[in-house]
Design a protein around this ligand. Structure first.
Ligand code: FNR
Length: 391
């Protein structure tokens, strides 16, 4: 392992991942849209919430456990869906699922994950809850139905439907590296070119399996032909999706539905009206519209408006267990994390992700202890001393 022997923080894992991954993959993971203002703001905004330390409270029994989407979790956190994560380490999503299961937090498999649903579910230890499945709407609704059926059969009961990607954002690092902005097709093409060169860490990652988005592979006419596959994926993202499609999705999916990618109070109210069980307040980690607000800024108003009706989760820029605590104090029920788990995966595989999650659980415990809260459900605005005018 290059770099630090004992990575302590998300930034330490990031530094290690940077030393290990080919440049274009690191940039794909790390980067955001446009000038990366929203990406930077996401990270920075959590720090605006100042914590309120309290003393001489009995904190001998502090409990970080909670329930998210009906599932028992050791801490209020889930791994966010990250496309191509399986290229960052050998059979990467399967490793991450095992780490998440060990840490008792949910893992979300992306529609465009490298490992398919069956492979990921098979990697789970006996008795572990199945992953959440993330869906991008495809033009071919028959393929969507088949994916949902596959997810249901595999045991998935929580669907994360991502609504903030009618088109992929302008990710300038990917443009410079020849990865974008044709989206999935260009990414696979570039990856397949580089795969022919020996020695990359992810050359090992696929371990003899064809390069494809695992869950989608079975839906593609032409099967395993990479060119046919790329052309199909490229043509499938559907920008015509509206709230009516949520109604349709509701008729196709019997499990829990979380809508991911909302930033607006009105949209949050519409999500509640559409019967979603939850939302993820998210700007896709600053990868879609650069210039939108940091998620910490919009979270309190959304949580006030719909927190009583549905589970409000948030993601974007959460970089420590203390940030997680801040998100809860600002009204979230839990957080999703994207880049941090993939940095840890790239640098340390399953063990890396486990280590990261253990450190964050300890940080959360510490923040609860020193603010005098013993249960996750009791974390709220009272634990904040001051919130800058920005959030
Ligand atoms: C993502 N994200 C994402 N979201 C989604 O719904 N489906 C996907 O396939 C992907 N793919 C993806 C790839 C990469 C490389 C990144 C960094 C992000 C967004 C992700 O789920 C989450 O919203 C953000 O990553 C949260 O921000 P942080 O934690 O990365 O700052």
């Amino acid at each position: 392992m290059s770099g630090l022997q004992f990575p302590a923080t998300a930034q330490d894992w990031r530094a290690q991942a940077r030393g290990r991954l080919p440049r274009f993959l690191f940039d794909y993971l790390d980067g955001g849209a446009g000038d990366e203002r929203t990406l930077a703001a996401n990270v920075q905004a959590w720090g605006q919430a100042t914590l309120r330390q309290r003393v001489l409270v009995d904190v001998s029994q502090v409990d970080t456990r909670t329930r998210l989407a009906g599932q028992d979790c050791a801490l209020p956190l889930a791994l966010a869906p990250v496309g191509l994560a399986g290229m960052m380490a050998r059979r990467g999503e399967a490793q991450a699922l095992r780490a998440a299961s060990g840490a008792q937090v949910p893992f979300t498999l992306s529609t465009v994950g490298i490992c398919g649903l069956n492979e990921v579910c098979a990697a789970a230890p006996a008795g572990a809850p199945p992953p959440w499945f993330q869906l991008y709407m495809l033009r071919d609704r028959g393929a969507v139905r088949a994916l949902l059926e596959q997810a249901w059969q595999a045991g998935c009961r929580t669907l994360v439907f991502t609504v903030d990607l009618p088109l992929p954002g302008m990710r300038q690092r990917d443009v410079r590296n020849g990865m974008a902005h044709r989206g999935a097709r260009a990414a696979l093409l570039r990856a397949s070119q580089l795969l022919a060169r020996p020695g990359w860490v992810w050359d090992v990652a696929l371990r003899g399996k064809p390069l494809s988005f695992g869950s989608l592979a079975s839906q593609v006419p032409g099967g395993r032909d990479l060119n046919a596959f790329k052309a199909w994926v490229d043509a499938q993202f559907d920008p015509s999706v509206t709230w009516q499609d949520i109604d349709w999705l509701r008729t196709q999916w019997r499990g829990r539905l979380l809508l991911k990618g909302l930033l607006d109070v009105q949209d949050a109210r519409a999500a509640a009206a559409a019967g979603a069980e939850g939302i993820v307040v998210s700007n896709h980690g600053g990868r879609q519209l650069d210039g939108v607000a940091a998620t910490a800024e919009v979270l309190p108003a959304i949580a006030r408006a719909v927190g009583g009706q549905l589970e409000v989760l948030v993601d974007g820029g959460v970089r420590s267990g203390t940030d997680l605590f801040r998100a809860l104090a600002l009204g979230a029920r839990g957080v999703l994390i994207g880049r941090p788990w993939v940095w840890a995966l790239a640098a340390g595989g399953e063990a890396g992700v486990r280590q990261l999650l253990a450190a964050w659980q300890r940080e959360l415990l510490l923040a609860m202890t020193l603010t005098g809260v013993t249960r996750v459900a009791d974390i709220g605005p009272e634990q904040l001393d001051r919130v800058s005018s920005q959030i």
